[in-house]
Design a protein around this ligand. Structure first.
Ligand code: TYC
Length: 113
């Protein structure tokens, strides 16, 4: 007959009875995600926005052009969804790059529902 192996997780009580400890899995909340938004304005050149999307959001030229046009026509678009820290970094990089080139381009972040 097959011999069972005792495991550390098998607890013996006073009478020598055993019971298996069943692991409970308390719900661990995942950290919230943040949308990074790009805003339209009348002055930032389209090619600059396309370059920003390629450089900081890893888009191809075609993807970047499409998203740039969406912002141009609709006023705003989500350009990525990230952890709070990464979103903050992206916003900072875009705002800094735009400021250094003297363009009024605005980039913000917003918590996802
Ligand atoms: N509206 C700008 C123009 O006509 C282009 C533009 C697109 C600016 C997207 C900002 O986030 C932006 N030159």
């Amino acid at each position: 007959m097959k011999q069972m192996t005792w495991h550390m997780s098998d607890k013996k009580d006073e009478d020598g009875d055993t019971s298996v400890v069943v692991e409970t899995r308390p719900k661990t909340a995942r950290p919230p995600l943040y949308k990074v938004l790009l805003l339209n304005d009348d002055y930032t050149p389209m090619e600059f926005v396309v370059h920003v999307l390629e450089r900081f959001f890893g888009m191809t030229h075609a993807q970047a052009f499409e998203i740039m046009l969406t912002v141009h026509k609709k006023g705003v678009a989500v350009v990525g969804v990230f952890s709070h820290e990464i979103a903050e970094t992206k916003v900072g990089q875009v705002m800094d790059f735009a400021r250094r080139h003297q363009h009024p381009l605005q980039c913000t972040m917003e918590k996802e529902d």
